[in-house]
Ligand binder design. Structure first.
Ligand code: TRP
Length: 449
């Protein structure tokens, strides 16, 4: 059977669906809050444009030429005598590791959809704490059931393969997501808080920036663009050769950034309109926002329902993209059937995910810890601070140094303006690797920039 390919729009939406996730709607707004707003947003935008884009295009190039799973693509694209680069493709296992906690968080979102539909969202901050803690610390069974449903959803979509599964899910979910977030943003323009949100997000106060904020912004640029685990290699492996790679990468970056900014402005409009605090951390979407919405009456409840549904859509399309690289790898390299590969891969992260759930509970937390970190946090730290940056570094070195200028130009098929090409290559060869190394050293406390 001929290999299925994405349509143009199908590829862009699938890759944007990978990029747009919990990172954009849940994490980006709250880390922006922690690091004080505008200045952090500016650093994030610069990083996405300079470092993020070059790695994103670089990662896509490997799949575009290789046309297979991440390991095979690295092997095919590597020059003679350097086929050992196929091991870089093992970055795809980071996706499964990320899924162990990502799927759990999607499960929490399902629970909040349920709470909004049944009108049981918290009405005060104290109740909001209790509601969230009950879910996370007290009742692992509830979390596990939702985590199971999220896993089943991912498995079912993946069963459809590239066209009927991944492309179709993204063609439906991504426009809906944009519509919901756009609608909520337009609603928020009625607020006085809207103006405050714009000022907060876009007026940089550089005194609020320290080295930690810079490192977080760089790290988030990786995570949000889905770089470093072979997602983009795998998806680009099914890209049509008619499609311009740079243009597609640009669309993915623009959509990803746009949705993060819309989510940020929208959420902060609500926060400022109702006098809540900005710098509260991860509870922003699960605690602060629900309390505001329930106090708005029926309109607020309706907004809560569609907001959590949008958040679930964003998470699910990313979850699909985190799992597919490993699914595809076992199909291509071990001749597994798609069904077998999906069942084994999703079961694996499901089971470890239950460990991550238990690691947050009061009853079993100490059993499921690594050192002094709950399993959940240990996996998040390992992927965020070690594996994704290493994956990014591998891409930068491979595409920037191992491939020749002819190789790169052949893949890009002269579709790129020579000046843009030079800037892109400079960033890939020098800016990105330096930023990654600094970030990793900083994460390990070896240096303080
Ligand atoms: N980018 C997604 C988010 O912002 C998460 C994600 C999906 C991801 N696929 C990835 C992160 C691949 C790193 C690598 O939530």
């Amino acid at each position: 059977m001929a290999k299925a390919h994405f349509s143009r729009i199908g590829f862009i939406l699938a890759a944007a669906g990978a990029a747009v996730g919990l990172g954009n709607i849940w994490k980006f707004p709250y880390i922006t809050g922690i690091y004080g707003g505008g200045a952090f947003v500016s650093i994030y935008l610069i990083t996405v444009l300079l470092i993020g884009f070059s790695l994103l295009a670089g990662e896509m190039m490997v799949g575009y030429k290789g046309g297979k799973d991440a390991v095979s693509s690295f092997e095919i694209v590597a020059p003679k005598g350097q086929k050992g680069w196929k091991y870089a493709g093992f970055m795809l296992f980071s996706g499964l590791l990320i899924m162990t906690f990502y799927s759990v968080v999607i499960g929490w979102i399902f629970h909040y959809i349920y709470l909004s539909v049944t009108n049981n969202l918290p009405t005060t901050m104290d109740i909001a704490d209790t509601t969230f803690n009950n879910l996370v610390q007290i009742s692992p069974i509830t979390s596990t059931i939702w985590h199971f449903l999220a896993t089943v959803f991912v498995a079912v979509v993946l069963m459809g393969g590239i066209k009927a599964g991944i492309e179709k899910a993204n063609l439906i979910l991504m426009p809906l997501l944009l519509l919901i977030l756009g609608g909520l943003l337009i609603y928020a323009t009625n607020f006085d808080g809207f103006h405050k949100a714009l000022v907060f997000m876009f007026e940089p106060d550089w005194s609020k920036i320290n080295s930690e904020a810079i490192v977080r912004a760089v790290g988030h640029a990786f995570f949000t663009l889905s770089i470093g685990i072979g997602t983009m290699v795998t998806y680009a492996g099914s890209m049509s050769k008619e499609q311009s790679l740079f243009k597609a990468a640009m669309w993915v970056m623009v959509l990803d950034t746009l949705i993060a900014l819309i989510a940020g402005v929208m959420i902060y409009s609500f926060i400022f309109e109702y006098g809540a605090e900005a710098g509260k951390g991860p509870g922003l979407v699960f605690k602060t926002l629900p309390v505001i919405l329930t106090n708005m009456g029926t309109t607020g409840i309706v907004i809560a329902i569609i907001f959590f549904i949008a958040l679930a859509f964003a998470g699910l399309t990313s979850a699909i993209s985190l799992t597919e690289p490993s699914v595809e790898y076992f199909i291509q390299r071990f001749n597994w059937s798609r069904k077998k590969s999906i069942i084994i891969n999703t079961s694996l992260y499901f089971i470890v995910g239950v460990g991550a759930i238990l690691s947050y509970t009061t009853a079993y937390g100490s059993t499921f810890s690594i050192g002094d970190k709950p399993l959940f946090d240990a996996i998040e730290f390992t992927t965020d601070s070690i594996l994704l940056p290493l994956g990014g570094l591998a891409i930068a070195i491979f595409v920037g140094y191992i491939l020749s200028d002819e190789d790169r130009k052949e893949i890009l098929q002269d579709r790129v303006n020579p000046k843009v090409y030079q800037v892109w290559l400079f960033s890939l060869r020098y800016v990105a690797p330096l930023a990654i190394v600094f970030m990793m050293l900083n994460n390990f406390g070896i240096i303080k920039i």
